[in-house]
Design a protein around this ligand. Structure first.
Ligand code: ABT
Ligand code: MG
Length: 138
């Protein structure tokens, strides 16, 4: 990784995989200039899901969130590029797809906050933690 490059964990969540949007998401992030470093299709255990979303434990939507994210295969990606974390969050759009700007992945392709197609790490600390959780050998 070059000195200016940064890595982010991106997930195409089970709703995105089920809807056939993997190609659309990967196409958008590659077109932006982000480079794929790792990719794996897998179904999460509850344990990994609860660790990944540990910051939301105790919130009213937590149980539903874990059920959703473990409900089918997702595509886990590590992407790399200058300011990759912020770059992918900008491509993804706001958490609530109705508020997400048209032109973003969520703004164009999703309607419900609980099924918003993609995840992207939200800080360098989150990215390090999430990449270690999903790809411990990277
Ligand atoms: P993630 O990339 O999934 O972490 O989403 P984002 O960082 O944009 O938003 P946060 B706040 O981290 O939401 C995590 C997941 O929880 C869902 N959620 C969130 C709800 O279902 N209801 C809510 O009120 C809030 C705040 C949306 C996110 N995941 N999904 N799917
Ligand atoms: Mg988040």
């Amino acid at each position: 990784m070059s000195a200016t490059a940064e890595r982010s964990l991106v997930l195409v969540k089970p709703d995105g995989v089920a809807r056939g949007l993997v190609g659309e998401v990967v196409s958008r992030l590659e077109a932006k200039g982000l480079r794929l470093v790792a990719a794996e299709l897998r179904t999460l255990t509850a344990e990994v899901a609860e660790t990944h979303y540990a910051e939301h434990q105790g919130k009213p939507f937590f149980a539903g969130l874990v059920e959703f994210i473990t409900g089918g295969p997702l595509l886990a990606l590590v992407v790399e590029g200058p300011r990759a974390i912020e770059a992918f969050r900008a491509l993804a759009g706001a958490t609530d797809p109705v508020k997400a700007a048209p032109g973003t992945i969520r703004g164009d392709l999703a309607l419900e906050v609980g099924e918003n197609i993609v995840h992207g790490s939200d800080s360098p600390e989150s990215a390090a933690r999430e990449i270690a959780l999903f790809f411990p050998n990277l």
